[in-house]
Design a protein around this ligand. Structure first.
Ligand SMILES: NC(=O)c1ccc[n+]([C@@H]2O[C@H](COP(=O)([O-])OP(=O)(O)OC[C@H]3O[C@@H](n4cnc5c(N)ncnc54)[C@H](O)[C@@H]3O)[C@@H](O)[C@H]2O)c1
Length: 464
């Protein structure tokens, strides 16, 4: 019944966003409790995946803090500013606890998580050694991989199958086997593998039937990431995509996600430069400052940087990074301010920096009477340190969505746009890229789920 209600409300998204929650819907009762273990399955056991898993274990052991994670450190204001109610997010909605997480992964290399984390070079050796037995126990399953989709790497730990459907079946076996061996009551998949070459939606992506035909016929428009996603959704397991690959952003996956009540969300973790872009651009728009150019360049020396040195993989990333400004600045509505923007994004593979990316932005803006100004941003960031808490939040929120009677049948979880460079939306809707709109949307969704009033920031009642 709750699902039916929601289908009606989705059509009225704008109203729901602006008004107070009238439904008082599930009041929390439509959310099943987070009982038992939650299995986290990760295609791609590289820098991001190992930093995430090692981090969870370090936090469990009291060696570090979950900085950057909204689910762990964030609070949510409830009711009026005068009420002083701001519980932690994890105390407000029923999320799995860190101690309940169990992990598995797939990779084309045979390194266990300790070896992979050591090679990634993100975390200090002393920290890795404290948790070595745990990390060493997580060994990669054989991957579904095809060099044609990721040109810069190749590895030995790869499944063989008579066609793509056969490979999907093997992944489904892996999933069932992991569920059994780990004793997990629920599962979530997060793609942390390399960025695949650019693929456009094609006939094989248009329906579940066309997709399954394509799997059987080895259609070249079906990339390995799609085979993982298909296997996951077929098993009723939610799927998040950390890379900009097309993967679940096709009608077949949306259909499957709804049909099997396995939530999906956006693409490409929003971590460094794009995080900054989606903070600064809304500020320009709010103050009606014009923009004539935005030149973004990065130097990055990890394996991700190497993969992105390939033009096909870079194109996938470029599309994801370029999209944000247009949606935030709305040049069609503000042609004098944003109708003529030169926006360029470069990523340069530069091995000495490893995972410590440097992202430079040169931003040409103009103000009153058209006078030009410049802003320079130089973000010396750590890519995987920024991505790991996002993986954790996605795991916990996707599991929440799966346990929510109201959310699990919706397919796309737009309220999780906060975490992505390319949020997914219902067909025909433009995505919200502004970080603060995304944050409000996420928190209001949590309030709504629990039957709390939505926060509109109107506040006139304080002056009555
Ligand atoms: N770190 C960030 O800030 C950030 C932000 C946005 C997106 N991403 C994306 O997250 C992904 C992971 O980044 P990373 O730095 O960990 O990269 P990485 O190269 O360290 O790890 C990726 C791993 O995936 C493996 N792999 C490739 N194809 C596979 C397949 N088909 N099946 C199983 N394993 C496969 C590779 O062998 C590698 O070990 C990349 O796609 C990257 O673009 C990262």
């Amino acid at each position: 019944m709750a699902i039916k209600q929601k289908r009606v409300t989705t059509k009225k998204t704008a109203t729901v966003e602006l008004t107070k929650s009238a439904s008082g819907n599930s009041g929390g009762s439509g959310i099943e409790p987070a009982k038992g273990k939650l299995g986290v399955m990760i295609p791609g056991m590289g820098a991001v995946a190992t930093t995430f898993v090692a981090g969870v274990e370090a936090i469990r052991k009291g060696l570090a803090k979950p900085i950057g994670s909204l689910t762990q450190m964030g609070t949510i204001r409830l009711g009026k500013r005068t009420e002083g109610r701001s519980p932690k997010v994890k105390e407000f909605v029923p999320l799995a606890g860190l101690n309940d997480l169990v992990f598995t992964g797939w990779d084309i290399f045979e390194d266990n998580m300790y070896e992979a984390a050591s090679k990634a070079g993100v975390l200090d050796r002393y920290l890795l050694d404290e948790i070595k037995p745990f990390l060493s126990s997580i060994k990669p399953r054989k991957a579904v991989f095809d060099h044609n989709y990721v040109k810069r790497i190749d590895g030995p730990n790869v499944k063989k199958g008579k066609n793509k459907m056969d490979l999907a079946e093997q992944l489904r076996d892996d999933i069932r086997q992991f569920k059994k061996s780990s004793g997990a009551s629920r599962l979530v998949t997060v793609w942390c593998a390399s960025t695949e070459t650019f693929i456009e939606p094609s006939a094989a992506h248009q329906s579940i039937k066309a997709f399954e035909n394509g799997l059987a016929k080895n259609d070249e428009n079906i990339a390995p990431s799609m085979i993982y996603a298909y296997a996951s959704l077929m098993e009723g397991v939610p799927f998040a995509n950390g890379a900009p690959n097309l993967t679940v952003d096709i009608p077949a996956m949306l259909e499957l996600s709804k049909q099997n009540e396995a939530p999906i969300c956006g693409k490409d973790f929003k971590t460094g430069q794009t995080l900054m872009k989606t903070v600064l651009a809304p500020a320009f728009k709010a103050r009606l400052l014009g923009l004539s150019g935005w030149y973004s360049t990065n130097i990055l020396g990890n394996r991700d940087g190497e993969v992105l040195d390939d033009p096909g993989s870079f194109k996938t990333k470029e599309e994801s990074k370029l999209g944000v400004l247009e949606h935030i600045l709305q040049p069609a509505i503000y042609p004098e301010l944003y109708g003529n923007i030169f926006h360029k994004v470069r990523i340069n593979y530069y091995p000495p920096r490893g995972d410590n990316k440097e992202g430079w932005d040169n931003i040409d803006i103009f103000g009153w009477l058209g006078y030009p100004m410049q802003i320079k941003v130089d973000f010396l960031c750590r890519d995987s340190i920024l991505a790991a808490p996002i993986v954790l939040d996605l795991v916990l929120f996707l599991d929440l969505a799966k346990r929510s009677a109201e959310l699990r049948g919706l397919g796309i979880q737009e309220w999780m746009s906060f975490y992505f460079k390319s949020p997914m939306t219902a067909p025909g809707l433009y995505p919200e890229h502004d970080l603060f709109i995304q944050s409000m949307k996420l928190k209001n969704t949590l309030r709504h789920l629990k039957g709390e009033e939505l926060i509109t920031h109107l506040g006139l009642e304080y002056y009555d």
